[in-house]
Design a protein around this ligand. Structure first.
Ligand code: SME
Length: 414
């Protein structure tokens, strides 16, 4: 392989981090290709979005944004799932001319861990026949490296076997409230739950940390072989659900979100408190929910820093908790309803109701999440026969017998 490709490969390897978003890695990749190769007038990516290729990170002149399957050089490389080297673009039927200066072109498909085309790497040159077989070899090696780093996170593949368990991740023990509902609704399923109590709480970390911890947690479950993933943590869902869906594009990935809709419907113009971690309330996903439901009721954010820790410590009632909740909620009361926007809080529902004055209606998203999981499993034909008695395995990043006992107590109420 020519030296400039060896240099390109080692620069890509050094610069691109497996945990960063695909767009981030591809942005630097297009810049490195642009810097390392001569006589280019365009270098970049198109990514499969729906049934088309959408323009991704690139260097060069503005280019056409969407390309259909089988259209142009890019759409043909996608359809045929092979590298296409074009010595003279004018001789290629259907070539899409984004930059009139282009004379030759090479397009290489990029795949995910299931071998599906996720996008293409496209290079254009103002020289005719610029791309030789050794360029093809070097660029295909670069594409392999990008596939490995950005589309095959730790080489994990999901299981399409309906007997495989459903994986659940959470920052700690809170997701067990969602698991409870899922067991009730799908008693035939096996569930593999992994809490990350070692890094809890997520709500006060940076979004980058939450993304890193969540991906590590998910990849642990992927190695065990799961058929679907539930992110049973509002904070992790708001920060990285899109990235997870992008990464594991064929697997059902279900997130949780604060149950604003039923609360707003019930409260009819009343006052709805939303208790959640500060990060959940700050993230874009929550702003979208506010936009959707904010006109139908008065929605009040209650950043509840410090509350999930009570569940992690196994304190679900008592004076200390009552005092904490009174201090937290009093400034926001009265309320018609309270939305529990963190999966830990349903374990504190009685104490929260007491602190809010008894008659308040409490909503959490577990039932909706369980229903969504069932719908997705049915849609993908991987729902397990209910005659099978489902098993549950609870794992945690923090190895502690006390914590394991607390998880049992929270899940089975003993
Ligand atoms: N020429 C490509 C379109 C993309 S531009 O080269 C950036 C094609 O025919 O698919």
């Amino acid at each position: 392989m020519p030296d400039n490709y060896k240099e390109l490969l080692s620069a890509l390897d050094a610069l691109i981090d497996v945990t960063e978003p695909v767009q981030t890695g591809l942005s630097n990749a297009s810049a490195l290709i642009w810097q390392n190769l001569s006589s280019l007038n365009w270098a970049g990516f198109y990514l499969v979005r729906g049934g088309e290729l959408a323009l991704g990170p690139f260097q060069g002149k503005p280019a056409c944004t969407m390309i259909g399957k089988g259209k142009g050089v890019c759409g043909t490389a996608w359809q045929e799932d092979q590298t296409i080297r074009v010595e003279d673009v004018h001789a290629f039927p259907g070539h899409i001319a984004c930059d009139a200066a282009s004379r030759s072109e090479i397009v290489i498909p990029l795949h995910d861990s299931n071998g599906r085309v996720m996008g293409v790497l496209d290079l254009d040159s103002f020289l005719p026949a610029r791309f030789l077989p050794e360029d093809q070899e070097g660029l295909e090696a670069a594409a392999k490296l990008l596939e490995h780093k950005l589309f095959n996170f730790q080489d994990a593949a999901f299981s399409q076997n309906s007997d495989a368990p459903v994986g659940i991740v959470d920052s700690g023990l809170g997701g067990l409230s969602v698991l409870k509902e899922m067991i009730r609704l799908m008693p035939g399923e096996d569930f593999l739950y992994r809490g990350d109590s070692l890094h809890a709480p997520y709500g006060t970390k940076t979004p980058e940390d939450v993304q890193r911890y969540t991906f590590a947690n998910v990849s642990y479950l992927m190695e065990r072989g799961i058929k679907a993933l539930v992110v049973a943590c509002n904070t992790a869902t708001s920060v990285c659900i899109s990235r997870l869906r992008e990464q594991y594009s064929d697997m059902p990935v279900i997130g949780v979100e604060p149950a604003l809709k039923p609360a707003v419907l019930h409260s009819e113009g009343g006052r709805v408190l939303v208790m959640a971690t500060p990060m959940t309330l700050q993230e874009h996903k929550f702003a979208e929910l506010m936009d959707r439901y904010g006109r139908e009721a008065t929605i009040v954010k209650v950043p509840s820093q410090g509350l999930m820790e009570y569940v992690e410590r196994g304190i679900l009632e008592g004076q200390e908790l009552d005092g904490f909740l009174a201090d937290l909620l009093n400034p926001y009361l009265p309320a018609d309803s309270i939305v529990l926007g963190c999966t830990h809080y349903p374990f504190l529902a009685d104490a929260i109701r007491k602190a809010a004055g008894g008659s308040v209606q409490i909503y959490d998203g577990s039932e909706g999440t369980a229903r969504e999981l069932r719908r997705k499993l049915e849609e993908n034909r991987i729902l397990r026969e209910s005659a099978h008695q489902g098993k549950v395995e609870i794992l945690n990043s923090k190895d502690s017998a006390e914590l394991a006992a607390l998880a049992e107590r929270l899940l089975y109420g003993c």
